[in-house]
Design a protein around this ligand. Structure first.
Ligand code: GNR
Ligand code: NI
Length: 192
């Protein structure tokens, strides 16, 4: 397993269109394992292969969810966990691999989410996308699946499929806002 370097904008490699995965071998499984390790380390909720320099139509996602089996751990940090309304249960990983993913019948309803991207670090902006869709994809054995997606999963998978087409979330912003984001990135990079 390895944590891979994540490519950041304005690197031209992020503009490539990724090629379909046709070989479902051990090298693919290793790449997926490395992509999960890289995503959890970042941390992020999704990662497309091109973000680690591999132009293949492959994405990993993990939105995590509260672990129903874990007892809520008592923590004494001065914050009123009994009454704060948050869910303080430990989270469990829900790793998902989507190979050659395709969006089917996107909803006519849109939702807005404040998106970020590991390739555009520390920049966040509202992006409007179809609120729900169906997704068709292949798993690590090449078996085809189809499932309805909504909410954050629908947002995230559309963000990832954009990466496969060479599109970043800032490409959905006005030219003014995109240029502001790119300037901010450039400045942050100069500052180290
Ligand atoms: O970690 C991530 N968070 C996120 C938040 C809102 C919408 C999309 C995302 S995906 C992003 C990780 C990433 O860059 N995936 O390509
Ligand atoms: Ni991204």
């Amino acid at each position: 397993m390895a944590i891979l370097p994540i490519i950041e904008a304005p690197d031209a490699r992020l503009k490539q269109i990724s090629a379909p995965v046709t070989v479902f071998d051990d090298a693919l499984k290793t790449l997926v394992a490395d992509m999960f390790e890289t995503m959890y380390d970042a941390p992020g909720i999704g990662l497309a292969a091109i973000q680690v320099g591999v132009p293949a139509r492959l994405v990993v996602v993990d939105l995590m969810e509260p672990d129903e089996d874990a007892a809520p751990e008592p923590v004494d940090d001065g914050h009123d966990h009994e009454n704060c309304g948050h869910d303080h249960r430990p989270m469990k990983k829900v790793p998902r691999v989507f190979i050659n993913p395709e969006i089917l019948d996107p909803s006519e309803e849109f939702s807005v989410y404040s998106e970020g991207c590991l390739s555009v670090p520390d920049i966040y902006a509202d992006v409007e996308r179809p609120e729900a869709c169906r997704l068709r994809w292949q798993d690590l054995d090449g078996v085809v699946h189809e499932e309805a997606m909504e909410g954050l999963m629908a947002t995230c998978i559309q963000h990832e499929i954009d990466h496969l087409e060479g599109i970043l979330f800032i490409d959905h912003l006005s030219r003014l806002k995109r240029n502001m984001a790119l300037k901010k990135l450039e400045k942050a990079r100069k500052m180290g």
